[in-house]
Design a protein around this ligand. Sequence first.
Ligand SMILES: [Zn+2]
Length: 447
Amino acid sequence: LALSIALGAAVTTAGGVGVAVANQSGSHDRTRDVARAVQGAKGKAKYVIFLLGDGMGQSEITIARNYQYGAGGRLPGIDTPPLTGDITTYALQEADPSKPEYVTDSAASGTGWATGHKTSNGRISTTAGTDLILPTVFEQAAKKGWATGNVSTAEITDATPAVLASHVNARGCQGPTDMTACPKYKKSAGGPGSIAEQEVDHLSDVILGGGKGRFDQVIDGGPYAGKTVVDQAEALGYSVVTDAAGLDAVKKGPVLGLFNKGNMSLEWKGLPADKPVTGPQVCQENQRPANEPSLAAMTQKAIDLLLAKNAKHFYLQVEGASIDKQDHAAAPCEQIGETIAFDNAIQVALAFAKTHPGTLIIVTADHSHSSQIVEPGSDIQGLGSILTTKEGAPMEVSYGTAPKGGSQSHTGAQLRVAAQGPQAANVVGLNDQTELYHTLARAIGVE
Ligand SMILES: [Zn+2]
């Protein structure tokens, strides 16, 4: 309270930046907004849009907000849904699933909200230790006749998109020739095949992302032996597109869009963090090649195609994947650019919800990450970079969990969830991420 009074007083004397900060200092009574949001948070959903920023902890959100909109600003996507809470995200130990693994990866975390069950790191919707298949809310929606869509800036076979419609003991088993860690899942061994094969077999209506290299691999058994996964997709009726113009031209699903051999290209670039610290720097924006669609464009197209398939019900997951990947790389500009691109995709979902009542939107993340905002001049033992934000102030970002050239590590702090629409009030307070499954299951009417 003392702080908000102090800031409020600063407005009358200072103005300028002080005004932006003071506007957010807490004088606005939100009782009516929250009451209205809770009122609208009843019953089943018509549409579900689940948006996940990979590695997007509170620190990553704050870094992007500070840089792009200022310390007193708001991210127009992430910061908009009125009902918010926190989730815990720990995984289980593979050798002893009665014990926690305090830092999760995307595979175990995704299994948590997709199935309602915790598992060990690296597993895709299968149980720790016992390797049983865990049904997912995405599959349950499809079984009910909902149109289904899966969008990511990563390889679409990467862990977060994989947990929806595939089941395997090791996340690396992404294409038919990547099966060393999961031999019994191979088609030639009578298994369901790699993540790519399972995703296509699932007959999702919209699959958009990177990872074409996985789908160009040759299948080793079953009816499509000797063919690629792209061939399999086409045989199953998919339109396969590989650039933004191709995606624009698609009028109905099922569609498989593979816009990069690996992960999709990044939005921004800048100097990586280093020791001694780099900068001060301003990030270079608009780096993504035009033949690759933005995450926001993929989200909009997915919504259009899903509505064309089923005007009454769809379930869409959208992942901003490279927030995590650029945090691993200690690349602050790239990390912020991906966070802003994810925020743009959230705004597409929010605009849809405005004209389509009954849309449940959940925005969350799968694990925290290494980046931290530190005091300028701190004696950083890891890597650092100073960014000059859009409001003209220095922001020092540090990465302290791996040396230069290494991969910064995930961290174990609880995460933010923001939601609106049917069942959204369930995210309020502190929950475990497996509760998100039950919220989603109630929203689609299977619980
Ligand atoms: Zn990661």
